[in-house]
Design a protein around this ligand. Structure first.
Ligand SMILES: [Zn+2]
Length: 109
């Protein structure tokens, strides 16, 4: 894995290409991170809002692979103006175990 500058408090969840949007429930507090593959600019999205949007468009849902969503992004990076995106599930860096359990509880209810 190449190292890259991170300007956000998230770290990518390891993805072997099979992570789906529905997997966000296994990672409390996680987000879907849209990252520019060229310069590292990144923007976090709420998985629930992305799911709502995909369902609205009938374009996907919980089984949709996270990585595949990058192809749907057509706008250029605001930093480097290029269009080469990566989509990743990412969890908060250094989330303490108590907070993780609390968030996990929210998803179960
Ligand atoms: Zn860029």
């Amino acid at each position: 894995m190449p190292t890259r500058k991170t300007r956000h408090p998230y770290e990518p969840v390891p993805d072997d290409g099979r992570l789906t949007l529905g997997d966000h429930r296994r990672y409390p507090g996680s987000v879907v991170l849209l990252t520019c593959a060229m310069c590292g600019w990144a923007k976090p999205y709420s998985p629930e809002r992305l799911l709502d949007r995909l369902r609205e468009l009938k374009a996907g849902g919980h089984p949709t692979p996270v990585g595949a969503l990058a192809r749907r992004v057509a706008w250029p990076c605001p930093m480097c103006q290029r269009v080469r995106w990566r989509m990743e599930l990412a969890r908060p860096r250094g989330l303490d175990p108590r907070e993780a359990r609390r968030l996990a509880g929210l998803y179960r209810n």
